[in-house]
Write a protein that binds this ligand. Sequence first.
Ligand SMILES: NC(=O)c1ccc[n+]([C@@H]2O[C@H](COP(=O)([O-])OP(=O)(O)OC[C@H]3O[C@@H](n4cnc5c(N)ncnc54)[C@H](O)[C@@H]3O)[C@@H](O)[C@H]2O)c1
Length: 274
Amino acid sequence: MARNVVVIIGAGGMGQAIARRQGPGARVLVADFDGELLESVTGGLRGEGYEVTPAAVDVSSPDSVVALAERAASLGEVRAVVHTAGLSPVQAPVPAILAVDLLGVALVLEEFGKVVASGGAGVVIASMAGHFRPPVSDEDALRLATAPARELLSLPVAEASRFSAPGEAYSFAKYANLLRVRGASPVWGERGARVNSISPGVIATPMGQAELSGESGAGMRMMIDASNAKRVGAPADIAAAADFLLGPSSGFVSGTDLLVDGGVVAAVRTGRLG
Ligand SMILES: NC(=O)c1ccc[n+]([C@@H]2O[C@H](COP(=O)([O-])OP(=O)(O)OC[C@H]3O[C@@H](n4cnc5c(N)ncnc54)[C@H](O)[C@@H]3O)[C@@H](O)[C@H]2O)c1
């Protein structure tokens, strides 16, 4: 019997939590561009009894993503694809943010949309940051949703020169992720698969901690204090949401976003921040 393959792209905090939740009984392909991290994460998961295959990938490289999708398909039935790889504003300049957080997501959706199994599902990790920016025009939204991935960064609306700081490029990329997922949904549907995104709030991972220690940290703490949860999220909070979107309970859900932020966006958008 062909084994079910769970693909986890990005071996950071959320990727590891989702791998642990989805991994039992599956062949888990864990991919990242940080070789050292990949080795330690896959070694740790193996030690816990998971069947893990490591793969080096740079999600901003079309050839690298094509090779990863082929590798996944060679392992068995690709039932779950989870894209968590990303760079945050404190980690990278504007062009790298656009290449990884926008183009990378588009490439993964495009290439894994060619290999995902019937009945399979995908989840892209976007961000609540995408919920704080104004929408683009309907025409630009359609282009962002449907342009071939390799042409995405040439669209005028996505030109690096439009963004004065990495944070602006990050929130744009994360907003555009939701549009890409909407664009990918009918394509994945042709294979009998679904795809959705999750927009996390502040989550206690290496990336979340780096942002909290950065120049936006004080503002982020104020938003958390104004929220329902009044705490940072745990990677397990995101793994639980991903479990819903990857499993049979969400069989009627595709092309949409699940905001998992402890209530931050609702509080800020209704003036609770003062
Ligand atoms: N942690 C938070 O507070 C938070 C909040 C909202 C959204 N997010 C998003 O959630 C996702 C997961 O973040 P995390 O908190 O697990 O971060 P993390 O830093 O722990 O993990 C991200 C992983 O992506 C990998 N990566 C970066 N560039 C890559 C590339 N070009 N190719 C392949 N891998 C690459 C990194 O090596 C790292 O292992 C990211 O997309 C992030 O933007 C995080």
